[in-house]
Design a binder for this molecule. Structure first.
Ligand code: AMP
Ligand code: MG
Length: 342
């Protein structure tokens, strides 16, 4: 299949992409978090094409994207009061709400769960596409399963060219990490995946919520089934150095003197400033500033993909501050690293 390229700011291109979706095809589109791979959420056959293109395990449910709250009718059987308050505060935005599903939502969207995850993306091209096709769109991240999520249209093209009908190019995505997934069917609500809206921001609106402890227990069954799979992994091994910036810098200085493998450094501006000698063979990517964690989040997936093009066997990185968006950032980096940290 030839994959078409469309422009997110061109009304005719949006119309062409919407027609593909109405015909049961799969289309990648930009959102404020990462690029999504969309198909009609009420058409089982269309949704199956998402799993096929990504190589995604089919027990991993898909998030349904909508443009207007009235589309919730037909997707959920009930909207809990806390969900209403959160929608008013954060939609459109990077918060997915897990609610009781309506019967007509196909099992392949929900992974057979009695719930469905829904969000309203905050991106003009995504909203225009949703309105033009008039459908709720099931859309996971538009990457090959296991790879870092795409934050540029080029990332989507790299992974999925020839496998999907088209890609809408909206430039780099603003947040760079996926949405927060919050289960509002339980009391207190549980964060199944940290993301673009922080726990602190959610708690200001609805009071205390819990982080899903099963995400951290090896024997636990995560309630967001996707979280048990290998994720975000670049080709090289990743090792995370812990401590204050000064401690991280002194560990890195030692590693740079001893490590025999071709290595990369994925570090903050602050940490780079504390290193005095970096051998010319080391490949360095400055991720952003610790003082501005949104800059780190914005470029993480792009940096992990960039390292796949570099001749490195191991990437040393640092434990970044894990408050606010930093919680989501460290969740993704820990997953990319597997168990390897210093
Ligand atoms: P992605 O589509 O790649 O951003 O991943 C979506 C994440 O949301 C996965 O980790 C899913 O397991 C999770 N998710 C989606 N729908 C539900 C649901 N109904 N219940 C629990 N987790 C969900
Ligand atoms: Mg994903």
């Amino acid at each position: 299949m030839q994959t078409k390229m469309w422009r997110g700011d061109c009304a005719e291109d949006i119309k062409a992409a919407a027609e593909c979706l109405q015909a049961g095809e799969v289309v990648a589109f930009p959102t404020e978090t990462v690029y999504g791979l969309g198909a009609n959420a009420l058409d089982e056959e269309a949704a199956q094409k998402i799993y096929a293109a990504k190589g995604r395990p089919s027990d991993n449910p898909l998030i349904v994207h909508i443009a207007e709250q009235k589309q919730l009718e037909g997707l959920v059987s009930q909207v809990p009061p806390k969900a209403r308050a959160l929608m008013a505060a954060f939609w459109p935005g990077p918060l997915t709400l897990v609610m009781p599903r309506a019967e007509q939502v196909p099992d392949c969207i929900t992974g057979g769960l009695p719930t469905v995850g829904i969000r309203m993306p905050d991106h003009p091209a995504a909203l225009a596409l949703l309105k033009a096709c008039g459908l709720p769109l099931a859309a996971p991240s538009a990457n090959t399963s296991g790879k870092p999520s795409p934050t540029h249209a080029e990332h989507v093209y790299h992974d999925l060219a020839g496998k999907i009908a088209g890609i809408i190019d909206g430039g780099p995505t603003a947040v760079g990490l996926e949405s927060t997934v919050l289960d509002v069917t339980v009391e207190p609500p549980v964060i199944l995946r940290p993301g673009g809206v922080s726990q602190e921001a959610i708690e200001q609106v609805i009071g205390p919520v819990q982080a899903d402890t099963s995400l951290r227990r090896s024997e636990g069954v995560p309630k967001a089934p996707g979280m048990k799979y290998k994720h975000y992994a670049p080709e090289a091994a990743i090792i995370i150095c812990q401590g204050t910036p000064a401690e991280i810098a002194s560990q890195l200085q030692m590693i740079l003197a001893q490590e025999k493998r071709p290595l990369g450094l994925l570090i903050s501006e602050e940490t780079r400033a504390l290193l005095d000698k970096v051998p010319s063979g080391a490949i360095v990517r400055i991720l952003g500033r610790r003082a501005q964690p949104e800059t780190l989040a914005h470029d993480l997936f792009d940096a992990l993909r960039w390292f796949d093009e570099q001749p490195v066997e191991v990437i040393y990185t640092e434990h970044f501050p894990d408050e606010q968006i930093g919680a989501a950032l460290m969740n993704r980096l820990n997953k990319a690293a597997g168990a390897a940290s210093l």
